[in-house]
Design a protein around this ligand. Sequence first.
Ligand code: UDP
Length: 329
Amino acid sequence: MAKRILITGAAGFLGSHLCDRFIKDGYDVIAMDNLITGDVKNIQHLFKLDNFEFFHHDITKFIHVPGQLDYILHFASPASPIDYLKIPIQTLKVGSVGTLHCLGLAKEKNARILIASTSEVYGDPQVHPQSEEYYGNVNTIGPRGVYDEAKRFQESITMAYHRFHGLETRIARIFNTYGPRMRLNDGRVIPAFIGQALRGEDLTIFGDGLQTRSFCFVDDQIEGIHRLLLSDYSDPVNIGNPDEITIKDFAQEILMLTGTNQKIVYQRLPEDDPLKRQPDISRAKKVLGWEPKISRSQGMKITYDYFKNLSPEELEKSEHKDFSNHIRR
Ligand code: UDP
């Protein structure tokens, strides 16, 4: 009999790619999303399949899924700085109450659960690159605190269910990931720069652009998550691409890729924006035999082609994030 998997946040960027992957592997997929930041168009191609079901549900309310469940992938959460600023309470609730409901459901069904954690648990890191042993440097009361602390709580409660109830749990610490189906208006740097290039606007760099990020292409990320779910490893595992670049150099790469000659303009750095970020993936290599395979130039080409083919209306829907109330003073 096919294995049944519940995916929360299924209409989001990573959630929808996970739906595709598990459908391809022959699972019965139960997709759940409240559609606050997710979009049905990311999964509507699956609606016609017999082994795919969609529940429009907010997991901060009790979750009811009839029948057996083998796995749960908990990916429901706003995941970009602009979203946490707009919907801070929902961000906290889905990471805490939503996670509690997912764990309760996993226990009830005797299912293995993988939760989507994040490099944000390391905050503005004082250790570089970040390995899983690092405890992090998070400002609990800053604008990003709602996401960071919800995710830290999520890891704690997941380990508590693992230790106290013997639940099979997996924790993926996901670093910046990009690819098709990112929301053009989520304010993240890749859709922001590509959207600006396509609309002929200036590229906005926050701060001096010397902050770094390390971008992982979505297909690599999904493969890492898949391997972690099927592994027997219950401590957190970083999944990301260690290829680090400054935002300033990245803006230049975007100009080359899009063949545009827009100006670069500088705006103030949002509060608590981490200065450096690079995953140490030694654990993922050792435990999962995984490392990313797709270079930034390959991945960015695929991503640019996706955004280039969006309709002009979709391109216009993009809005630029306004951090004016949250700038470092
Ligand atoms: N960033 C930028 N211009 C933009 C959007 C983002 O310079 O239009 C910067 C942002 O300040 C951060 C980096 O790009 O230093 C990555 O931002 P993103 O929101 O993609 O991810 P996160 O900060 O969560 O890693």
